[in-house]
Write a protein that binds this ligand. Structure first.
Ligand SMILES: *Cc1c(COP(=O)(O)O)cnc(C)c1O
Length: 225
């Protein structure tokens, strides 16, 4: 399938989810996750109108960043090793996986501008998942104030891989509650206006529960061939 066709279908689904939940589709940004596909396929996504791209490896991000001269907004979405920060820091607009102070320190040190960071929360508590536990998120974010180049634009989570719709809803609602708590603190460094949640299999539910950035790989650009 052409990216353009996939995108049309996704936009239709977004529209529908927004109607059901009384939201404006303009609030939703699609991040095309290109980690499985070639640079050519990523270029096709940009051609189709995508302006946000996501990668989860430094090599993948750098390779595509160099070729895609339209300069889309780049999102780093995977777990990020501290020693890799320097490779990507001048290429990314958003980092979705801030989950420890040592990483914050390194981002702050290497960045020459304000970096929009999502604090990754492990809502489901699965051991295989990265992220801070929901109980610790507030303290963690308060402690980020000393890092001048970090702006906490929102919270991010990965829901469990399940068809249990209620479990997905509970997970997304929990992230939304966390966001509300942070916003109530009115921290200058953490406006926390965004919610990065929803992937190919659960983005419709994520939107109904308040997602503002959805990260879509398989359903938009496809998987590895
Ligand atoms: C791979 C990945 C996605 C996209 O997954 P799909 O199921 O292919 O849409 C989204 N978020 C993160 C963090 C990922 O690693």
């Amino acid at each position: 399938m052409k990216v353009e066709e996939n995108l049309k279908l996704i936009q239709k689904n977004i529209q529908h989810a927004c109607t059901l939940s009384n939201r404006d589709p303009e609030e939703i940004t699609i991040i095309a996750v290109t980690k499985y596909v070639t640079t050519e396929r990523a270029a096709e996504a940009v051609q189709a109108g995508i302006t946000h791209l996501g990668e989860n490896r430094d090599e993948g991000l750098i390779a595509k960043w160099e070729v895609l001269t339209d300069k889309p907004n780049w999102h780093y979405i995977g777990s990020l090793q501290t020693r890799k920060v320097k490779n990507i820091i001048d290429k990314v607009d958003y980092i979705h996986s801030l989950d420890r102070l040592s990483l914050a320190k390194e981002i702050d040190k290497r960045a020459n501008k304000l970096i929009n960071c999502f604090v990754q929360v492990n809502v489901s508590g699965e051991e295989s998942k990265q992220g801070i536990s929901p109980e610790e998120v507030c303290d963690f974010i308060v402690n980020l104030s000393e890092y001048r180049n970090i702006r906490v634009c929102g919270l991010m989570t990965m829901a469990p891989y399940t068809e249990d719709e209620q479990m997905l809803r509970t997970c997304f609602q929990s992230l939304k509650k966390g966001q509300k708590k942070i916003q109530e603190l009115e921290l200058n460094h953490a406006p926390c206006t965004e919610l990065s949640m929803g992937m190919s299999n659960d983005y419709v539910i994520a939107i109904e529960e308040g997602a503002t950035m959805i990260r879509i790989g398989t359903a938009l650009v496809g998987e590895e061939e």
